[in-house]
Ligand binder design. Structure first.
Ligand code: NAP
Length: 503
């Protein structure tokens, strides 16, 4: 993985600027653009990564001009960037880079406006053009087709696709085919923002830039792996979208399976674009296929009822969306990676809304020591566990057993070695989008999902979707603010294990 940093100057690594670029955001007035993309570009600009000639072009149907767009973005920066990170000089510099084009992408006759704007004042004829599709996926095909028709889908163009990439295998293929008719796979960047998180990238570094873990990273020493992505919020404003999706499509098919891939993949020759993606694909292809019997036995769907969150009463999911529904807001499942390294090691995945806290964590639980060496000691030994905290407080914690200091026999105590990024590096942990947007500009696809990965993930979840779509299937209720349905705990208890709740 190239880091694109130079030697530290004042304690912070200096960043290398990217090349000039015309960065077009379709849906430039939407929530994703204003809450995530523009703040990320601002922070990259503040750190000196955007060169002169880097332009950002917002596109939507709203009839505003450049100044109107600049006011909108200025407001968004005030709202979504920490006051301590806001520097008016940099805000003004970013605003000066902004342009706006009013365009209904479905209106064939209006596309010349975007074409003319991009041609006018471009840094060079062959400037890199990024087209970020922060719009509904139903518009992806149309936008790509029009970009091609107006001559903007050149060899220097890149297209960025946001989730959801389809709602099942067939629709994902349709999106991929529509985009693939215009853009080469090497120019298509399918974002999974989990892959841009520092701790997730550090998982690769921890595994492959150190020697001590790799000999233990297999079925001989690992008892099982747990991956949890928990949210404390409900569906809020996203009710109508979420109710058509559910936790399996929204979280498991992409984020959780991507995390599983990074834990389970074989070491690539280099951490480089295709090699990493090749290895992740092999993991997806090695997942134990779900049969109807396995779906019934090894998966749990849940939906939150009313409950208490942070001491406040909250409504049920059905009340939030306004009607009775069988959409799941919680998934727990057990799977295995059927290859030499992982044969027989369960991977337990869990995600849900209205859980007690917002936390994403991977826990690798090692086997107990093969022989009890301290029969006369006090205290207990616990299996070693490596907790990789993806969010919040990114870092790692290794649980081990130590001798309590003092004479008079051996007393065993569980202790932990903690690595908090914030403490160890004293640096702000950049948002995943900051990293990923710069990778798009550089053309580095390592942290983006390739078409075959997305389709392999949909292929694996398809039998679960099928089974859960039957009328007899209803998600189990859990009170908001709890760890999900009882059946999620039973899934592990039946194997003699339990979920590692955060401490
Ligand atoms: P949003 O707030 O509804 O914004 C949609 C944007 O698309 C608006 O700027 C809208 O502006 C524009 N738009 C809609 N139809 C258009 C058309 N025909 N021509 C040109 N522009 C059009 O949605 P969002 O939350 O930003 O999400 C955008 C996409 O990203 C969705 O697919 C969503 O699922 C995905 N996503 C969002 C987030 C997030 O955090 N928000 C996270 C992950 C993925 P006008 O109405 O003025 O045209």
């Amino acid at each position: 993985m190239d880091t694109h940093t130079t030697a530290a100057t004042d304690g912070q690594p200096a960043v290398l600027p990217v090349d000039a670029c015309d960065f077009t955001v379709f849906g430039g007035t939407g929530d994703l653009a204003l809450r995530k993309l523009l703040p990320a570009l601002y922070l990259r600009d503040r750190d000196g990564q955007l060169p002169d000639g880097f332009r950002v072009i917002g596109v939507s149907r709203a009839t505003i001009d450049d100044d109107g767009y600049r006011s909108l973005v200025a407001g968004a920066l005030r709202e979504h960037v920490l006051p301590t990170d806001l520097d008016q000089h940099v805000v003004d510099r970013l605003l000066a880079r902004l342009h706006y084009v009013t365009l209904d992408v479905e209106d064939v006759t209006a596309w010349h406006r975007l074409h003319d704007r991009l041609k006018d004042g471009a840094a060079s004829e062959d400037v890199t053009r990024v087209f970020y599709l922060a719009v509904a996926p139903g518009l992806f095909g149309t936008i790509c087709e029009r970009l091609d028709q107006v001559g903007l889908a050149t060899e220097h163009a890149r297209v960025v696709l946001e989730k959801p990439l389809g709602t099942d295998l067939a629709t994902a293929r349709a999106v991929n085919e529509a985009v693939g008719r215009v853009f080469d796979e090497s120019s298509i960047f399918r974002i999974d923002h989990y892959l841009g998180k520092e701790s997730v990238q550090n998982l690769l570094v921890t595994r492959f830039a150190n020697t001590f873990l790799e000999p233990l990273w297999n079925s001989r020493w690992v008892d099982h792996v747990q991956i949890t992505v928990a949210e404390s919020i409900g569906v809020g404003e996203r009710g109508s979208y979420y109710d058509r999706s559910g936790a399996l499509r929204d979280m498991v098919q992409n984020h959780l399976l991507q995390l599983l891939c990074l834990v389970a993949m074989e070491p690539p020759t280099y951490v480089d674009r295709e090699t990493v993606r090749d290895e992740k694909l092999k993991v997806l292809q090695a997942l134990r296929p779900m049969t109807p019997e396995l779906v019934d036995r090894d998966t749990v769907a849940g939906q939150y009822g009313p409950g208490l969150c942070a001491g406040e009463p909250v409504r049920s999911y059905a009340d939030e969306v306004g009607h009775p529904t069988s959409t799941e807001t919680f998934v727990a499942l057990r799977t295995e990676v059927q290859n030499w390294r992982w044969a027989g090691v369960p991977f337990y995945l869990r995600t849900g809304k209205r859980l007690p806290e917002r936390v994403s964590e991977i826990v690798v639980v090692f086997k107990e020591p093969p022989h009890a060496m301290f029969p006369h000691s006090e205290g207990t030994t616990e299996a070693n566990r490596l907790h990789i905290r993806v969010q919040p407080d990114e870092g790692m914690r290794l649980h081990m057993t130590a001798k309590e200091p003092g004479p008079g026999g051996i007393r065993l105590r569980p202790v932990s070695l903690d690595l908090s990024y914030a403490t160890a590096f004293g640096a702000r942990s950049p948002d995943a989008y900051e990293r990923l947007l710069m990778d798009v500009v550089r053309g580095n696809t390592t942290l983006f999902m390739r078409r075959d990965e997305v389709e392999a993930a949909w292929t694996w979840v398809a039998p679960i979707l099928d089974r859960w779509s039957q009328p007899s299937h209803t998600p189990r209720r859990y009170p908001a603010g709890t760890h999900g349905p009882v059946a999620a705990a039973t899934l592990l208890e039946r194997d003699g294990r339990s979920w590692q709740e955060t401490e």
